[in-house]
Design a protein around this ligand. Structure first.
Ligand code: AP5
Ligand code: MG
Length: 218
């Protein structure tokens, strides 16, 4: 089962992808998390990526595509994965399709978590992220048990550098320009499903589980 999560920054892709991964026993592959780990580790990739990420811009395709291909080529991805934050441009989607096609494989489903921009702005300021395991919290909608500490791995939670209000607006502009066309791309491929991401987290997850049940295990 190979699933893509689509949606604006802050739509809840990461929140839902983690739950899908847990329920179905497949890895959650987030390009944002991999890039942030590289930034934290000050690797050559991290040093290049940081400049783009902190401005709310996309990291260039060639860097991200190589990184993603390397990740999904690993053993734990053999039986599928849920991709969160990739693809984000048409060239990324085409590269993924081409690589999978060569191996006789394909993406099963693209799930668009649909949330209007005004909702997003409210959500982002309250988000807290764990750089240790990628878990995401919200000070109001999904607080950790102990303030500032990750429930899963006990690392300190942070406010992401790119969650400042002006950077969020830039990320939304970039999303509409470069990533939203993927909705049509996957609609044409006949594998797009949309969920209303403004519902409560549990309701969004229920809607996704229903879609997965209908699409994959009939
Ligand atoms: P990335 O890490 O992918 O960030 P993003 O797409 O901007 O998305 P977010 O992680 O901000 O949001 P999300 O949809 O995961 O929402 P979340 O679940 O956290 O990418 C960061 C940067 O890396 C990019 O800007 C780019 O520079 C670079 N990058 C990454 N991939 C790339 C690629 N493929 N190509 C090029 N560059 C790339 O939820 C948000 C908040 O809302 C949380 O606090 C959460 O608790 C809360 N929440 C979630 N669901 C709900 C709900 N239903 N109700 C209320 N609150 C909710
Ligand atoms: Mg995320």
């Amino acid at each position: 089962m190979k699933i893509i999560m689509l949606g604006a920054p802050g739509a809840g892709k990461g929140t839902q992808a983690m739950r899908i991964a847990e329920k179905y026993g497949i890895p959650h592959v987030s390009t944002g998390d991999i890039l942030r780990a590289n930034v934290k580790g000050d690797t050559p990739l991290g040093q290049k990526a940081k400049v783009f990420m902190n401005q709310g811009l996309l990291v260039p395709d060639d860097l991200v595509i190589d990184m993603l291909m390397d990740r999904i080529g690993q053993e734990d991805c053999k039986n599928g994965y849920v991709l969160d934050g990739f693809p984000r441009t048409i060239p990324q989607a085409e590269s993924l399709d081409a690589a999978l096609g060569k191996a006789g494989e394909k993406i099963d489903l693209a799930i668009d978590v649909d949330v209007p921009d005004d909702h997003i702005i409210t959500r982002m300021g309250g988000r807290r992220a764990c750089l240790g395991c990628g878990a995401t919290y919200h000070i109001q909608f999904h607080p950790p048990k102990k303030e500032g500490i990750c429930d899963v791995c006990a690392e300190k939670l942070i406010l992401r550098d790119d969650d400042k209000a002006e950077t969020v607006q830039k990320r939304l502009d970039v999303y509409h320009e470069q990533t939203q066309p993927l909705i049509d791309y996957y609609k044409k491929a006949g594998i797009l499903k949309t969920v209303d991401g403004t519902m409560q987290m549990d309701s969004v997850f229920e809607a996704i589980v229903q879609i997965l049940g209908e699409s994959l295990w009939q």
